[in-house]
Design a binder for this molecule. Structure first.
Ligand SMILES: NC(=O)c1ccc[n+]([C@@H]2O[C@H](COP(=O)([O-])OP(=O)(O)OC[C@H]3O[C@@H](n4cnc5c(N)ncnc54)[C@H](O)[C@@H]3O)[C@@H](O)[C@H]2O)c1
Ligand SMILES: O=CCCC(=O)O
Length: 506
């Protein structure tokens, strides 16, 4: 099917593009531990590539479990002092870190595009989004209030304190290389915790640039440590971060399978945990919806970051009465609006997939759906882009069965299956018939239905007549196998605080 070609003929040298980063001190290849840039004790490094060209952009220190345990020691030592700073002092340092990130927005966005492929404007959007968590938690640091509880005895007074949990071990994915780190780290630091972060091996550069900026902001040594590691070292590093007794909190964002493994490992020392895991979001268009609005919102909701967003719409259910009209409007928009190419090529708004394994999963889901009778009406193939890279066309399908992997599992790629339904009861059943529950979206103007459906959807976040839900002010997180805990908002800091109750005899 014909689609706008975007800027597929644009040739790129990833190394040259890296050289265009104005402040080259933001491009770091070593780990950041106890306020110092350090290599791995083994001296090993791992390769990081640009998914839009498959060219190497650098070789980063490959930390192992032993290196990570040293970072945990540093974080544990730093915790003593950091946890005793006043909330106002922590707020002020976080604010300075936020200012540093914003002042370096353009360089950080370019770096992000080079390591994870998302188009430059989208990467700049993520820098703003990521920074917003630092700003937000700089403000929330001062509002971690305790309680005074009315005592049942006239002879005592009861007080509830909130105290930082301790050292947090943090593991993050490749799809939001900045925001998934700041959403955790800013909350942790605001609460008075120190952290050791293991970023995804595909995207360590954004994490390391955040360290450089934290140092400039005056965040003390040992408070924020980043330990990159190769895929090969990942299991041992994960084991260290989830079993080291000095770590009291584990926060993970990634797939449900890895989340389950880390949760079981962390249970050996009963750590406090937060798990932000995969989704399989339904996107429901009822017969009374504005078709144009729903179709426009779906473009963003499905195809941002080339479908590699945990809250991306995964299953589109459209009422029988408006199905044909919706499919026609939506497919026209896909062809008209999405421009494929390297994320640094002018005019591009649809980049590569970040990993070859993501591309392979997308292809496999597509083939299995087609074998079971699905029809591809837009896209359906790897895209031929001159820069090279992991490109797959935005793809729209109809006649997709309810029992193929594309329906039952998260795709995390640019496949958009559109299903037909006839009653609210039927669609709610199908929408909730998955083990995960992160986000859900629906379009309707009927106020009764809005409450009914929003309450019945088994998810942690609902977009009503809108396809975007992410903001630092709202609680982000899921139910069922999409995880435990909430990030952002006034609830996010609680993940890094313990409650202690005092009973004081007068
Ligand atoms: N709920 C959310 O907020 C949210 C946000 C972003 C991504 N996600 C989910 O993340 C998934 C995509 O990311 P992914 O494919 O990188 O997920 P993944 O689970 O494979 O990897 C996530 C991180 O865990 C690391 N990891 C993998 N195995 C590990 C192990 N044994 N021990 C320690 N660390 C390990 C990876 O290297 C990476 O850094 C999707 O399912 C997506 O929905 C969820
Ligand atoms: O991929 C998951 C995170 C996306 C977001 O915060 O909007």
């Amino acid at each position: 099917m014909s689609q706008k070609r975007g800027n597929q003929d644009y040739a790129i040298s990833s190394k040259d593009e890296l050289g265009k980063i104005k402040d080259q001190r933001l491009v770091r290849l070593d780990a950041y531990v106890n306020g110092k840039w350090v290599g791995a004790t083994s001296d090993r490094r791992f390769e990081v590539t640009d998914p839009g060209t498959l060219q190497t952009i650098g070789h980063v220190a490959d930390m192992n479990a032993h290196d990570v345990s040293k970072a945990v020691d540093a974080a544990s030592d730093a915790f003593g002092k950091w946890s005793k700073t006043t909330a106002k002092e922590r707020a002020s340092l976080l604010r300075k870190w936020y200012d540093q990130v914003m002042a370096n927005k353009d360089d950080l966005a370019r770096l992000m595009t080079l390591e994870c492929g998302k188009p430059l404007a989208e990467a700049a959007g993520e820098i703003g989004y990521g920074a917003s968590f630092i700003e937000w938690f700089s403000e929330e640091a001062k509002r971690a209030y305790g309680d005074v509880v009315p005592s049942p005895m006239s002879s005592t007074r009861m007080v509830v304190l909130k105290q930082p949990v301790g050292v947090a071990g943090i593991i993050t994915p490749y799809n939001f290389p900045t925001a998934m780190i700041t959403r955790k780290v800013a909350a942790a630091l605001a609460a008075g915790c120190t952290v050791v972060v293991r970023p995804a091996h595909e995207t360590p550069f954004s994490a390391l640039a955040l360290c450089e900026l934290a140092e400039r902001a005056g965040i003390p040594p040992g408070v924020f440590n980043v330990v990159p590691s190769s895929g090969e070292n990942t299991p041992e590093v994960g084991k260290e971060l989830t079993t080291n007794p000095k770590i009291r909190k584990v926060s993970f964002t990634g797939s449900t399978n890895v989340g389950k493994l880390l949760m079981s490992q962390a249970s050996s020392t009963m750590k406090k945990i937060s798990m932000e895991l995969g989704g399989n979001a339904p996107f429901i268009v009822f017969e009374d919806a504005s078709i144009r609005d729903a179709a426009e919102q779906l473009i963003l909701c499905k195809f941002r970051n080339s479908g590699q967003t945990c809250v991306c719409a995964n299953r589109i259910y459209v009422h029988d009465k408006v199905y044909d009209e919706f499919v026609s409007v939506f497919t026209s928009l896909v062809k008209e609006k999405l421009r494929i190419g390297h994320g640094l090529a002018p005019g591009v708004n649809f980049g590569p997939m970040i990993t070859e394994r993501g591309l392979a999963k997308t292809e496999e889901q597509l083939q299995r759906a087609v074998k079971a009778g699905a029809k591809v009406i837009v896209g359906g193939n790897r895209a031929n882009v001159k820069s090279g890279g992991n490109f797959f066309e935005p793809t729209v399908l109809v006649n997709v069965s309810d029992d193929v992997p594309m329906t039952c599992e998260e795709t995390f790629g640019p496949l958009c299956p559109i299903y037909r339904f006839t009653t609210e009861e039927e669609v709610m059943c199908r929408a909730n018939n998955v083990p995960v529950g992160l986000a859900g979206y629906f379009f309707s103007r009927d106020i009764g239905r809005i409450f009914r459906v929003a309450e019945a959807l088994e998810v942690g976040m609902v977009g009503v007549n809108i396809g975007s839900i992410s903001t630092e002010v709202a609680p982000f997180g899921g139910v069922k196998e999409s995880g435990v805990g909430r990030e952002g908002s006034r609830y996010g800091i609680d993940e890094y605080l313990n409650i202690k109750y005092l009973n004081i005899a007068l």
